[in-house]
Ligand binder design. Structure first.
Ligand SMILES: Nc1ncnc2c1ncn2[C@@H]1O[C@H](COP(=O)(O)OP(=O)(O)O)[C@@H](O)[C@H]1O
Ligand SMILES: [Mg+2]
Length: 401
């Protein structure tokens, strides 16, 4: 049997570009080569798409040089069901013409993106248009999971526990910062956590304890996003994370990890600093988390309910904070494409990374089958008797069409 052509898309225009490179290289190393031909697809910081053997190596990315031997600039054919990646070959000889050369024909894609332009539903939308199976959550769940304001409103609507918060647009902040800060102080008490709505890896997240630090925190957050969330802070929370894997109502929850924080919040350096080539897998953690069985069961069952409510697909990680003062659990966030794809949590339950990839691919193929089982062609004759206003054949914007 021929091997599955498995595209792994990573990089892209996001603050978490480097984290995505680490996650993707780990995944590509772990994939079973007897089952898959792995095709790396790297989206540069400028948004250009590339493939080629050097993309399996970490050294290729520091810094990335597209002129490096073996790297080819590619384009994905948007035609539904095609999956074709091509490269534009320049003309040879005097009368030659530029032409597209086929580089690969993808059967399935694993998006290994963190943050904007990849984890947020945009790439998922593109892959839906291409009708290509892909192993991450769909457009809706990805978009909900990326934007912390949408996410919290959704969780609230479902009756899931989230901390009180408020949010503001950059335009309102620029127009009247004092009024925004007054409103925050009216709604919440210090300490508060200030977060760009659509970021991850703790970038732009700060803790504020008074008006001065609030102003600084908001200024930082608005550099990264036009939408900023301000949330009631918990003192010394126990952070507890749980991964969920599955699709279509069939899902399982992983063991729970307790990441170790070095300061008032789990920082970018806590997550990736100690051995950055391992990404999230290098974070200092206690696994399984030393929590009572009741709390463990509560987290796992809530995680499964969240996964179902959002109609997620593949592997996600849901992060929690347990407030010891109140003896209460709150959802911090969901990561629809978690750092290192949370493989280390699955390894802890006896599922190797290679098996995890197989299961993710299985979810992708099942979702595609599901999609193909819906009808997209409803036949009607409503176009027959329609007369439009305006002049027929009026000049349009097409050139040489
Ligand atoms: N309300 C809060 N109270 C206490 N700590 C918080 C709160 N919100 C966030 N944190 C800390 O900040 C970290 C990053 O916040 P999070 O919402 O997960 O953003 P990101 O998506 O960037 O990971 C958390 O892991 C936690 O350490
Ligand atoms: Mg987080």
């Amino acid at each position: 049997m021929s091997k599955m052509q498995l595209g792994v898309i990573f990089g892209s225009r996001t603050c978490e570009h480097e984290v995505s490179v680490i996650s993707a290289l780990q995944l590509m190393r772990a994939a079973n080569r007897d089952t898959y031909d792995v095709i790396p697809i790297y989206i540069s910081k400028k948004g250009e798409w590339f493939t080629g053997e050097p993309l399996f190596e970490m050294a290729t990315f520091s810094p990335f040089e597209e002129s490096r031997k073996g790297i080819v600039r590619v384009t994905l054919d948007l035609t539904a069901g095609s999956g074709v990646l091509t490269t534009l070959e320049p003309a040879k000889g005097l009368f030659g013409k530029d032409h597209h050369r086929l580089v690969a024909r993808l059967d399935c894609v694993i998006p290994v993106m963190h943050g904007m332009h990849g984890e947020d539903g945009s790439l998922q939308g593109l892959l839906e248009m291409c009708n290509l199976p892909y192993a991450s959550s769909g457009v809706g769940a990805s978009a909900l999971g990326m934007d912390k304001v949408y996410m919290k409103d959704f969780f609230k609507g479902c009756g899931f526990p989230v901390l009180p918060s408020c949010w503001f647009l950059r335009k309102a902040w620029e127009a009247d910062p004092e009024q925004i800060m007054e409103q925050i102080e009216k709604e919440l008490s210090y300490p508060v956590f200030v977060k760009p709505a659509s970021l991850g890896s703790s970038i732009g997240v700060s803790r504020a304890t008074d008006r001065k630090s609030l102003k600084e925190a908001l200024e930082v957050a608005y550099e990264f996003d036009r939408k900023v969330l301000v949330e009631k802070g918990i003192e010394d929370p126990l952070e507890l994370n749980c991964s969920v894997l599955g699709y279509n109502g069939e899902a399982k929850a992983s063991p729970i990890e307790m990441p170790i924080t070095s300061g008032a919040l789990l920082s970018f350096m806590d997550k990736y600093g100690s051995n950055s080539s391992k990404g999230m897998a290098s974070l200092k953690r206690v696994l399984p988390a030393p929590v009572e069985p009741e709390l463990r069961d509560e987290i796992q069952s809530l995680s499964l309910r969240i996964f179902k409510a959002m109609d997620c697909k593949g592997v996600v990680r849901i992060d929690y904070m347990f407030a010891p003062q109140e003896n209460r659990l709150y959802i911090t966030e969901i990561n629809t494409i978690p750092g290192s794809l949370a493989f280390y949590l699955w390894e802890a339950s006896g599922i190797s990374y290679a098996e995890l990839i197989d299961q993710m691919v299985h979810c992708a193929l099942e979702a595609k089958e599901d999609k193909d089982n819906s009808n997209y062609a409803f036949t009607s004759d409503i176009l027959k008797n329609i007369t439009l206003g305006g002049k027929a054949g009026a000049k349009n914007g097409l050139k040489n069409a």
